[in-house]
Design a protein around this ligand. Sequence first.
Ligand SMILES: [Cu+2]
Length: 622
Amino acid sequence: MTPSSLLVLASLAFAQAAVVKYDFDISWVRANPDGMAERPTIGINGQWPIPRIEANVGDNIVVNVVNSLGNQSTSLHFHGLFMNGSTHMDGPSMATQCPIPPGASFTYNFTVQQPGTYWYHSHNRGQYPDGLRGPLIIHDPENPFKGLYDEELVMTVSDWYHDEMPGLLSFFMSKVNPTGAEPVPNSALLNETQNLKVPLEPGKTYLFRMINIGAFAGQYIWFEGHNMTILEVDGVYTQPAEADMIYLSAAQRCSFLIKARNDTSANFPIAASMDTTLFDTIPDGLNWNVTGWLVYDQNKPFPEPAVVDGEFEPHDDMTLLPWDNETIWGEPDRTISLDVIMDNLGDGGNYAFFNNITYTPPKVPTLYTALTSGELATNAAVYGEYTHPFVLERGEIVDIIVNNIDSGKHPFHLHGHHFQSLWRSADEAGTFQDSNVTSSEFSPVPMRRDTIVLHPEGNIVLRFKADNPGVWLFHCHLEWHVKSGLMATFVEAPLDLQKTLQVPENHYAVCAAEDIPTSGNAAGNTVDLLDLTGQNAPPDPLPEGFTARGIVALVFSCISGILGVAVIAWYGFAEPVNVAEPAGAAGGVKESGENQQVSSGEEDSPVARDGHTDEISALGGR
Ligand SMILES: [Cu+2]
C-alpha cells in the first residue's frame, strides 16, 4: 500500500467520526409541566425540557457548559457512557471534577464507542430533579435491528416535584425526618409533560427509546393494544423479548419495537404508573399515573387507560439475554460485599450506609488525589475513609454482592462499565451469604446493563471487568439516597491514570475559583498522604444505644409515664387502688414501637431495619 493510499484510508476513517458540539448555557427558567404549579426549573439555553444530545458511534462529543444559574454550582454526568480514557469527563462532582460554580465555564470532551440509549444529568448537589436531565442517544450504523423498524422515537418517564431540591433535601436529611421518609413526587410525566400525543402511521414499526430520567419513582409502562419487543437495555442489545409491560427504575433505559396497527379506528393510551411501594405515604390527591396516547386519528376520542386488575406484572429484566450471547466472565479476582443499611447519626438525620460507611465527599476530588499521590495512589487510605474507596488493579474481574438490609427497592448504578447481572434474589430472601446460592445458579449468559433494581431485603450479585482506568462511583440512583450516602468509589488502575490522563486547565480553573484543592489526599494533605486529619466526615453516631427509634420510644414512654401517673392520681382520688397502671404505661411504649414498625414505610424506618428491638424495651422500661 502506498503512503498516499494510507492517507486516503486515514482521512476516510477521520471523515466518519464527526465532532458533535453543544454549547449549553445552564440557567433558571420557569416551567409547569403538570399544570398545577409553575416553578423555577433548570433549563439549557433558555429552554426546558433540555435538548437531546445525539451522535453516532465513534463521534467526538464536545459540550461547552456555562453555568448561569447564579445561585448554584452544577456538573453534567453522561449516564452509561464508559468514558474510556476520559474518566475526568464523567461528571460527578468531587469524584472526577470540582463543581462548576456560578459564572464559570467547563468543557466536556469525549469520544463515544457505545451505541444505544443513555441520558445526561447533573451529578451535583442532588440537582437533576430540578430539571437538568435529558436524553442522550448514540446511533449505530451497524445496528443489528435497523431493518426492523421505520422510525425512532425517544420517550422519557419521570417524576416531578413542585418544590425545589435544596429545600426538599434539607428537610429529608433533617432531624424532623428521623425515619428518612423520601419526599413523594407531585406527579408523573411523559416527555416532561402530561397528555402526550404520539402520532403513529398505520402499519409502520417504531423503535421507542424509553428512559426513566426521574429522581425517585420507578415506573410501570405499558401501551394498550400494543405489545413491546425489547431490543436494548442500558446500551446493550438484547435477544428480542416480548413484553406487555416493563418496569424502569430511575436511570434505567429500554428500547423496544411497537408495531402500529393497520387501521385508524381508535387511539390507544400510553400509561406510566409510579411505583408507590417506594413511597412511605401516599399524599391525598396524588395521581401517581400519567397518560399519553398513540394517536391514529386526531378526531377520535382519547380514552383513559383501563384499570389494571391485581398486581402489575412487568417483564423480568433478569430473563433478558445479550444479543452477542457473551457468557459469564471468569471467576472473580475479588468480591466486594456491601450491605445496605439505613440508620440515624448524631445530627438526627437518617443516613444510608454501605456496611458501616455513609459516603461523604472528600476535600479533594478523588480523581485528583489519584493523579497526585504517586505510588500511594494504590493505597485506598489516601482517598479517605468516607468516599468508601476500593482500589482495583487493571483487568481484575470484580464481583459486587449487595445485600439489602433495608425494606425498600434500590436501583444500583455503576459508572464507567456494564456489569453482568449474575443473580437477583426474590424480595425478603435475606443476604446472599445466608441464602446458600452457589455460582452454579448464576445466569450462564447474563444480561449486561448499568443500573439494576435490588429488591426489598433481597440481594444481587454483579460482575464487572476492571478494564477502564478511572474513578467510578457505584451508588443507588434514587437521588435522595445519593444525598444520604449510599455510594462507594472504585479507583481503577490509578498508576495508569497518572501516566495517561491529561486534565484540561479549565477543569482545574473551576476548583481554583472555589478554593478547592486539586492535589493531596482526601483531606488535602500533600505532605503526608497517609495523614487524613481533617478529612470530611459524617456526623458522629448517636450515643450508644440511643437510636432515633430509641428517641421516639423515650418520648412515648415519657408521655405514657405522665399519663400513667395522671391516671394513678385520678384513681387515687376516686377510691382505693392497686398500682396496675404503670404497667399499662410500659405497655403503651411497646405498643408505640410496634405501631411504628407496622406503619413505617418502605425505605426508611430505623425501626424496621436496624434490628435494635431490644432498645425499645430498654428505653421504655426506664
Ligand atoms: Cu436507594
